[in-house]
Design a protein around this ligand. Structure first.
Ligand code: IPM
Ligand code: MN
Length: 355
């Protein structure tokens, strides 16, 4: 009998549960159409649980999650919980604890989706950001000295290890080769100022790059990268970058691909368990209103299927969404689209396998 995938589901806070529900509808439809088997195991980590128990993500859960085939995450963030607690205690703990050292974020404008970039279309906006996901400024190395006094000093160190940088850059080259589009990897850094940290990135990029003579290599400073993403996004194929810059440029990426409503990402540990999530947050004010467009979560589910090796299922999802967007059946990705969250999920399911 075929393997049964164990999928951990963390719906999280705010609109997380609603969009995850729609993503799972699509996974179910894919399994029925293509014949794979799976089981979902729910975890209630998030703001509500934290407010009740003071617990974010227990170490025991982290161990349990290591045995899963994938994790599907909605969103964490709660208006009554101080900023940083859930992000650090859940999201970053998962990424770090499961050594998901790649954050893969496609920036793709689908036909029919509005972009704020004038004169740019789907043929111009189609690249992938490979963000380092377990090091850099996110490590939490540093501290305060004389906190709360006028002499206060706050230090936050950017940790870059040769191993961490190298595996990320190698992943980017492999990915670009497999993707087989422009066959170009751009290193986005700030080597002119971060003369230690990003010198390591540049040297590693050059060295690893030599193993990929068939690929084009290019370096762009992060400020210039932002400019090019707006001015000439067609230049990019795969961008590889550090954790902090990856965080920032993928919000810009999300906007040029039509907004947070369609931006999804994968936190990947190629040797372990990976996690799939919409990039948007928990949008507390829309909770329970059934107005949030679930496409980002649906795209994340598609990425999960692809990662599991269910390419056929992933393709069905992608084709269904493409059809709905390009035909104008889903015109507006905002909360004012007139379409309900569950309606959009149903539309995707109905369109799967129609092409
Ligand atoms: C993201 C988010 C997180 C990050 C936050 C919530 C910690 O902005 O996934 O991009 O900075 O990585
Ligand atoms: Mn972010």
């Amino acid at each position: 009998m075929a393997k049964e995938y164990q999928i951990a589901v963390i719906p999280g806070d705010g609109i997380g549960p609603e969009v995850v529900g729609e993503g799972l509808k699509v996974v179910k439809a894919a399994s029925e159409k293509t014949g794979f088997r799976y089981r979902t195991i729910y975890y209630d980590f998030g703001g509500e649980r934290y407010l009740k128990t003071g617990e974010t993500l227990p170490d025991s859960a982290l161990e349990e999650l290591k045995a899963m085939d994938a994790i599907y995450l909605g969103a964490v963030g709660h208006p009554q919980v101080k900023t940083g607690i859930l992000e650090q205690g859940i999201l970053l703990k998962l990424r770090f604890g499961l050594d998901q050292y790649i954050n893969l974020r496609p920036v793709k404008l689908y036909p029919g989706v509005w972009t704020p970039l004038k004169d740019k279309g789907p043929e111009d906006i189609d690249f992938v950001v490979v963000r380092e996901n377990t090091e850099g400024l996110y490590v939490g190395a540093g501290g305060f000295f004389k906190k709360g006094t006028r002499d206060e000093v706050a230090v936050q160190e950017m940790i870059n290890t040769r191993k961490g940088v190298e595996r990320c850059i190698r992943y980017a080259f492999e990915y670009a080769r497999k993707r087989n589009k422009k066959r170009r990897v751009t290193l986005c850094d700030k080597a002119n100022v971060l003369i230690f940290a990003h010198d390591l990135w540049r040297r590693t990029f050059e060295e690893v790059g030599e193993e990929y003579p068939d690929m084009e290599k290019d370096c762009a400073l992060v400020d210039a990268t932002c400019m090019w993403m707006v001015k000439n996004p067609e230049w990019f194929d795969v961008i590889v970058t550090c954790n902090m810059f990856g965080d920032i440029i993928t919000d810009l990426g999300a906007v040029i691909q039509g907004g947070m409503g369609v931006a999804a990402g994968a936190n990947i540990n190629p040797q372990g368990v990976s996690m799939f999530e919409p990039i948007h947050g928990s949008a507390p004010k829309y909770t329970g209103k059934n107005v949030i467009n679930p496409l980002a979560a649906i795209f994340a589910a598609g990425m999960m299927l692809e990662h599991l090796g269910e390419e056929k299922g992933a393709k069905l999802v992608d084709e269904a969404v493409t059809r709905l967007l390009s035909s104008g059946q889903i015109k507006d990705l905002s909360t004012k689209s007139g379409l309900k969250t569950d309606e959009i999920g149903d539309m995707v399911v109905r369109n799967m396998g129609l092409v």
